[in-house]
Design a protein around this ligand. Structure first.
Ligand code: SAH
Length: 549
């Protein structure tokens, strides 16, 4: 077994003495340069001209008779890609590829040849196109010095995304997305979700990514470390580290987001923990491909937790994936009770929104609670009442919870009772916020504090204009309904809506309503929804706390 041979990468042929790159293994052939000439080798099974492994301890130079300087031995010319080769491509044991070849092309021995060293499968059928795993420098030197047995499963067909010239920059900056327009070619026929090496035009290794053939984002980077493999340990390690980071947070809650996709180095994986119930979402082809390993990692890290998959999100369609809800392990209760900053909340993990609750608004709920003493509060787009309950806990006089979802409001009522708040302290109103707020304005209804936490209005750049109108409309209504000296907490959870544009829309709404307001605090997603520095797209939730004159 070769030392340090790693699957799924290109082979670099190295000068045994100097460690300099002297050739490369491409899909069609293994070649190396000798005195400026290039040679391809495709030895036949049992070829008498094929040397065995050079003896161990051969220092520096290879045996003279193993050298074929400058030309292929008779009968070993490179063959064009053939149909049967594709089976091997499809079945090769690439990085992250789980099936082994059903047909054994049995290249058992790697021979070495040439004064400077090259490798090839000794008894490979003619014309089979192999690509070898790239070795770390020390391994390659060993290989070119001595040669060693290589089993079929060690020979892999490389799966690569080759980045178009000039499009590597975002990867140098460690941005994890590779758009289809940045991909010059795809090698090795990777299947959806399989791991591919990402290379520059010059062959420079850039990253290791999940391949998403159907998505505009064709690659999502798992790692920028050439030595890091993507396997079950990878998920165990990354999920474990991500969960450990949460332990440092001073959050008074037993419901936390443990993995926030790209920002925790796991593109496409969302993991929330509600008391002892884990709920995860797989949003991408890459996470779907590694589903079993992700579940195995969760079982190891959280052996006592129940596990539910809530991959019922429409973004999966963009990746060519169907939706899935599945109880993966343990008993999943109909409702899970959590406690957040002194408020008890029932979470419908099976059919609630997202994974059941909007954990990202935890800190903003706390902010509303601390501003709510004595106030008459409107919680618009209330869902199961989180902001309103925080306001009641903060001493609000009463709260109106308004949402279009009747089941969410039913849960808000149960949450009210669970916390022992008096029935008259909370009213629920089911309907369309835009219509109801307008009607209340006509009636002259007013509030001291309004929370506006609408759903994501923007899911593409094309819908930004329409969304801007929606935000302006609802904020305009809110300014009309606020009493003098009142307070507005207004949010946008659309990543495509930038902070400055959002502030401008809210300012325009205030202007149209004839009100003056001051931002007294900016709000954002809770710290268990971090934003990786190189991934600004991770910042999606923005809010303004505005004091109105
Ligand atoms: N503030 C909540 C989360 C709100 S999510 C929390 O902290 O838990 C957005 C909510 O808006 C959803 O509950 C959804 O049902 C509701 N919604 C969507 N469109 C609506 C509309 N036109 N009128 C009223 N509610 C709407």
């Amino acid at each position: 077994m070769p030392h340090g041979l790693r699957l799924g990468r290109n082979l670099r042929l190295l000068d045994a003495e100097k460690g300099q790159k002297i050739g490369h293994a491409a899909r069609e052939r293994v070649s190396f340069a000798t005195a400026g000439r290039s040679t391809g080798f495709f030895p036949s099974p049992g070829s008498p001209t094929v040397p065995g492994a050079a003896p161990a301890g051969n220092s520096g130079k290879l045996q003279g008779q193993q050298s074929w300087p400058g030309h292929a031995p008779p009968g070993h010319e490179p063959q064009p890609d053939r149909a049967e080769d594709h089976d091997v491509h499809q079945q090769g044991a690439g990085d992250g590829q789980k099936e082994m070849p059903s047909r054994n092309p049995s290249p058992e021995i790697v021979g070495t040849c040439g004064a400077r060293g090259a490798i090839f499968p000794v008894d490979a059928p003619r014309g089979l196109t192999y690509v070898f795993g790239r070795l770390p420098v020390h391994g390659a030197q060993e290989l070119t010095l001595r040669g060693f047995p290589l089993r079929t499963k060690d020979i892999i067909v490389d799966q690569q995304l080759i980045i178009a010239a000039g499009r590597e920059k975002s990867l140098f900056r460690r941005h994890p997305w590779i758009f289809s327009g940045a991909v010059a070619s795809v090698k090795g026929r990777p299947k959806s979700g399989q791991t591919v090496d990402v290379l520059g035009q010059n062959g420079q290794w850039l990253a290791r990514a999940a391949f998403s053939p159907k998505s505009q984002i064709q690659g999502r980077v798992w790692t920028f470390d050439a030595d890091e493999r993507v396997d079950v340990e990878f998920f165990l390690r990354r999920i474990g580290q991500s969960a450990a980071r949460r332990r440092k947070l001073e959050t008074e809650s037993d419901a936390l987001r443990l993995v926030q996709s790209e920002s925790d180095g796991l593109p496409g994986l969302i993991l929330d923990r509600y008391a002892g119930v884990l709920v995860f979402q797989l949003l991408t082809a890459g996470t779907e491909f590694w589903r079993a390993e992700i579940i195995a990692a969760l079982r190891t890290l959280f052996p006592d937790d129940a596990i539910l998959e809530r991959s019922d999100v429409d973004v999966r369609a963009k990746e060519g994936l169907a939706e899935r809800i599945e109880a993966v392990h343990g008993e999943i209760p109909e409702l899970v009770e959590i406690r957040e900053n002194g408020v008890r909340l029932l979470v419908d993990v099976k059919s609630g929104h997202k994974t059941g609750f909007y954990l990202d608004q935890r800190d903003s709920r706390l902010a509303v609670g601390s501003a709510a003493a004595g106030a008459e509060v409107l919680n618009c787009f209330s869902y199961t009442g989180g902001f309103g309950l925080a306001a009641l806990r903060g001493g609000a006089k009463n709260v109106t919870q308004l949402d279009a979802s009747a089941p969410a409001l039913d849960l808000a009522v149960r949450n009210r009772d669970l916390n022992g708040f008096a029935p008259e302290s909370m009213t629920t109103v089911c309907g369309d916020a835009f219509q109801i707020l307008r009607a209340w304005r006509k009636e002259g209804r007013t509030f001291d504090l309004i929370v506006l936490d609408p759903p994501k209005f923007v899911d593409s750049k094309a819908s930004l204009v329409r969304a801007a109108r929606g935000y302006k409309d609802v904020n305009l209504c809110a300014f009309h309904l606020l009493r003098p000296g009142g307070r507005l907490f207004t949010f946008s959870c659309s990543g495509l809506m930038e902070d400055t544009l959002f502030q401008k829309i809210v300012a325009d709404a205030a202007l149209d309503a004839g009100r003056t307001g001051r931002i007294v605090r900016r709000l954002t997603q809770a710290p268990d929804h971090p934003v990786e520095l190189a991934f600004p797209e991770g910042a999606y939730l923005k809010g303004l706390e505005i004091e109105v004159e």
